[in-house]
Ligand binder design. Structure first.
Ligand SMILES: NC(=O)c1ccc[n+]([C@@H]2O[C@H](COP(=O)([O-])OP(=O)(O)OC[C@H]3O[C@@H](n4cnc5c(N)ncnc54)[C@H](O)[C@@H]3O)[C@@H](O)[C@H]2O)c1
Ligand SMILES: O=c1ccn([C@@H]2O[C@H](COP(=O)(O)OP(=O)(O)O[C@H]3O[C@H](CO)[C@@H](O)[C@H](O)[C@H]3O)[C@@H](O)[C@H]2O)c(=O)[nH]1
Length: 483
């Protein structure tokens, strides 16, 4: 492939996507200067320090190898965006909380802000890459903003859609060896030249056959569709987990039996207390809103059921805990093992733990949370923040409030001491290896354990004396609801 003149890349947004993605591009492309910019000074400071702002296995090594060589983090947005040949935009695209489409539509405030900034500082033509997840047709709107706000008529903007498919906890692996990279562009000579330029960047380490191209709208829609399909699998198996508990079947056996059918496949079939993370719910709501505005009510309803089932699963778990504990958790200490939305991340965005803890606290329980990677500040902030408010650029700097019924513990043992129950809400590997016999000794009896992730050895726990709930598995008679 010929080498297009890409000397400098800037990325607006130094978050979970912008930071790791640019670090991997810089690592593999020493001939390109890569600068990640953000309005959040603290975040940029952290990216330039020994303690990076996010925890992701392998990220430290990648950043250390490239930082100061051809990878830089800066708050000087204007300078670096102005100088760049390619500008990635990886800013928040939260669910709207007010106005038309509140609770559903994507809020493109930050995206539009980024586009206005690019237009205002551009004195040379640029490729603008949508890295953020956006509703289909966003590129058209952004194109208009860019064109009308740039004072230099000789400047041309080519917009590409290059959605990111990394999952947290495996971001570096996913970026180094992606299943595919998707690039959407318009079918004009300059549009295709822009696609070729971005392809050239990725081809530094990704074989061409893994770099897919499509038209802009297909690329934008493929991202929403991928997340909808992935989340749908989890809601599907979670719906079956409820049926398993009601019928005496075992959801892991069912998942294994169906997953060996190669048409179904065995991935993403772990029943859980519910899916979390910053993307699935937001992107499905966004997809539903797009469908609704296009008059596709039935399509919107179909996908919305995935979110409804997820909410049901979280609520069902809370009801199981309360119902099993004789219908009252009032003033009972309940240990929460795991607050992150999945293992190997400190990220708590839309974690099911928030809804479960809030549900228990509403019934006057006293929750004692332990998570190996989530700070107490974060837990208090999450527990006192209204839904969807977390996805704002200034959220991490908002004040935290201590809450009467929430305690954050430094060890699992202190969380469980005197507790009536333990709820496992994240599948951290370390949870498997605790001395549960010693933990049991210090708990109030009967001591319950509710495994919302099916990571523990349930037979062993029963031998120790725990009343054990394993999600989607035949129910211990002790756990039948008391009315
Ligand atoms: N987190 C993921 O795993 C993931 C994966 C794929 C796609 N996405 C999508 O990528 C986008 C970013 O997600 P994220 O998780 O990295 O979010 P994030 O909140 O971690 O990071 C976004 C960053 O953008 C910055 N920002 C916002 N407006 C800005 C502006 N005008 N100028 C400079 N900086 C600005 C914020 O300060 C913040 O640091 C979203 O659209 C998301 O849906 C996320
Ligand atoms: O079998 C499973 C698999 C996952 N989960 C849960 O689903 C959520 C999401 O997990 P995962 O998809 O692994 O992590 P994310 O980082 O949210 O990644 C998703 O969302 C990203 C943002 O759009 C996409 O880029 C990724 O491709 C997509 O996997 C987590 O709460 C998991 O615990 C389950 O409950 N059961």
């Amino acid at each position: 492939m010929a080498t297009p003149p890409v000397k400098k890349i800037a990325c607006i947004g130094a978050g979970y996507v912008g930071g790791p993605t640019m670090a991997v591009i810089a690592l593999n492309s020493p001939d390109i200067e890569v600068v990640v910019v953000d309005i959040n000074e603290e975040r940029i400071k952290a990216w330039n320090s020994e303690t990076l702002p996010i925890y992701e296995p392998g990220l430290d090594e990648v950043v250390k190898a490239a930082r100061g060589r051809n990878l830089f983090f800066s708050t000087d947005t204007k300078k670096h965006v102005g100088e760049a040949d390619i500008v990635f935009v990886s800013v928040n695209t939260p669910t709207k909380t007010t106005g038309i489409g509140a609770g559903k539509a994507a809020d493109l405030t930050y995206w539009e802000g980024a586009a206005r900034l690019i237009a205002s500082v551009s004195t040379s033509s640029k490729i603008v890459v949508e890295k953020s997840t956006v509703p289909v047709k966003t590129a058209e709107a952004i194109g208009k903003v860019l064109k009308r706000n740039c004072s230099d008529p000789s400047v041309n903007f080519e917009i590409l859609s290059n959605p990111e498919f990394l999952a947290e906890g495996t971001a570096i692996e996913d970026l180094q060896k992606p299943d595919r990279v998707l690039i959407g562009g318009v079918d004009t000579p300059s549009g295709q030249a822009a696609v070729a330029a971005l392809k050239w960047v990725y081809n530094h380490w990704i074989p061409v056959e893994r770099i897919l191209t499509a038209n802009l709208w297909s690329a934008e829609l493929a991202k929403l569709t991928a997340n909808a399909f992935l989340a749908q699998r989890i809601s599907s198996i979670n719906s079956i987990s409820a049926l398993c508990e009601a019928s005496g079947a075992n959801v892991q056996q069912v998942a294994h039996a169906i997953g060996t059918d190669t048409r179904i496949g065995n991935k993403f079939l772990s029943a859980s207390v519910g899916f979390g993370g910053s993307c699935f719910q937001k992107d499905i709501l966004n997809l539903c809103y797009v469908c609704e505005t296009l008059g596709l009510r039935e399509v919107a309803d179909y996908w919305h059921a995935v979110v409804t089932m997820n909410d049901y699963q979280k609520q069902r778990f809370v009801e199981r805990v309360i119902g099993s504990m004789f219908n009252t958790v009032s003033n009972k200490k309940i240990a929460i093992f795991g607050f992150a939305f999945k293992k190997d991340t400190g990220d708590t965005r839309e974690t099911p733990a928030i809804d479960v803890c809030k549900g228990l606290v509403r019934d006057n329980a006293k929750v004692a949370v332990y998570d190996p990677k989530v700070t107490s500040e974060q837990i208090f902030r999450d527990m006192s923040t209204p839904k969807f408010e977390w996805d704002r650029p200034d959220y991490s700097r908002s004040h935290t409030r201590l809450l009467d019924n929430v305690q954050v513990c430094a060890t699992p043992e202190s969380a469980a001491e005197g507790a009536h129950a333990i709820c496992v809400l994240t599948e951290w590997d370390c949870f498997k290896h605790y001395d549960y016999a010693a933990i049991y000794e210090k708990m109030t009896k009967p001591a319950f354990i509710f495994d919302g992730r099916n990571v523990l050895d349930h037979d062993k726990l029963r031998e120790i004396g725990f009343i054990t709930y394993a999600l989607g598995k035949p129910l211990d008679p002790f756990l039948q609801k008391v009315y």
